[in-house]
Design a protein around this ligand. Structure first.
Ligand code: IPM
Ligand code: MG
Length: 362
């Protein structure tokens, strides 16, 4: 029987529409091959929504997302909207989407592909074999804590305030995602905090430690965030699954991404307790190359693979898509961002065509 799924597409800004078009074509082929039927509904978000509707996350966009099985997001933002007040910025739309869908768990894999080892700015022996998954808390911590704002003090001087706060239940639920993710991988979990200085981190460490007996097969370690940043560059292969708070995860996941040297290759998944997940590439909207058919669509396609795996529970389809990416790289196909000597330079559309050929030949 044909399985039917409704997928909301948020192409966003910059290179977003180009890479989204490739992902949609590829999903259609997978659908035909595996008897899955996808109904795509497109909505405005980010700068595109600001231009058309005057706000980065219109209510109808959030409603469409809620009424779907999964959301595929490309990229948002650009210089054009950088000077707008905070509530009108594309980033605020993204935070609203995360909060509105309750997406508290953000999975950010940083896996080095053997074909691209030399794209890393670190030595081959340091990065070869790196396979890390950062589990970042996404709807709490300093991004959302109250009070926040810029306030006038008694002397008239301004004071900027954000609050890093976590309740026990918020820590427990992301902690569990961390342990369960580690169980499916190499069973090693490193929890990252700043418990030597911050009370909120002390509570984080206490809760994560208290959960550990429920997962006796997982080897738990703790690390301070400054050390974790250093260790990621010194000896990244010591890490398998990392679990951490919103801000620390924002920073560490960029560092982990750069180990692979090819941020254009990295997908991510944002998941809630139930309801649709949001799947998006780690990279940004690259306004400088937008509309020139130069973008690398592979992170978007790998995000579609995560969507198939985590929201639609279609691991065969996800494997096939990941295998197609592997095949096009093995064939020597590269976009500009991952180009090296002797390889074939392709534009965004041509990379999409190569993927479809690879899917047909599986
Ligand atoms: C990310 C981004 C966002 C964040 C911004 C665009 C709001 O940096 O997804 O990592 O800080 O979470
Ligand atoms: Mg970030």
């Amino acid at each position: 029987m044909t399985q039917h799924y409704r997928i909301t597409l948020l192409p966003g800004d910059g290179i977003g529409p180009e890479i989204m078009a490739v992902a949609v074509e590829v999903l259609k082929v997978i659908g035909e091959q595996l008897d899955l039927s996808f109904e795509f509904q497109e909505a405005l978000m980010g700068g595109a929504a600001i231009d058309a509707k005057g706000e980065p996350l219109p209510a109808e966009t959030l409603d469409l997302c809620k009424n779907s099985d999964a959301v595929l997001l490309a990229a948002i933002g650009g210089y054009k909207w950088d000077a707008l007040p905070r509530h009108l910025r594309p980033e605020t739309g993204l935070l609203g989407l995360r909060a509105g869908l309750g997406l508290f768990a953000n999975l950010r894999p940083a896996k080095i592909l053997p074909q691209l080892v030399d794209a890393s700015s670190l030595k081959r022996e340091i990065v070869e074999g790196v396979d890390i998954l950062v589990v970042r808390e996404l709807t709490g911590g300093i991004y959302f804590g109250q009070p926040k704002g810029i306030f006038a003090t008694e002397t008239g001087e301004k004071r900027g305030v954000n609050t890093m706060a976590y309740t026990e239940s918020e820590i427990n639920r992301i902690g569990r995602v961390g342990f369960e993710t580690a169980q499916k991988r190499s069973k090693k979990l490193c929890s990252v905090d700043k418990a030597n200085v911050l009370e909120v981190s002390q509570l984080w460490r206490d809760r994560i430690t208290a959960l550990a007996p429920e997962y006796p097969d997982v080897e738990l370690s703790h690390m301070y965030v400054d050390n974790a940043a250093m260790q990621l560059l010194r000896y990244p292969k010591q890490f398998d699954t990392m679990v951490t708070s919103n801000l620390f995860g924002d920073i560490l996941s960029d560092a982990a991404a750069m180990l692979t040297g090819s941020i254009g290759m990295l997908p991510s998944a944002s998941l809630g307790a139930s309801g649709p997940g949001v799947f998006e590439p780690v990279h940004g909207s690259a306004p400088d190359i937008a509309g020139q058919d130069k973008a690398n669509p592979l992170a978007q396609v790998l995000s579609a693979a995560m969507l198939l795996r985590y929201s639609l529970h279609q691991p065969t389809a996800a494997d096939r898509l990941e295998q197609a990416v592997n095949t096009v790289l093995d064939q020597g196909n590269r976009t500009g961002d991952i180009m090296s000597e002797g390889m074939t330079l392709l534009g965004c559309r041509a990379m999409g065509e190569a993927l479809i050929q690879a899917l047909h030949s599986v």
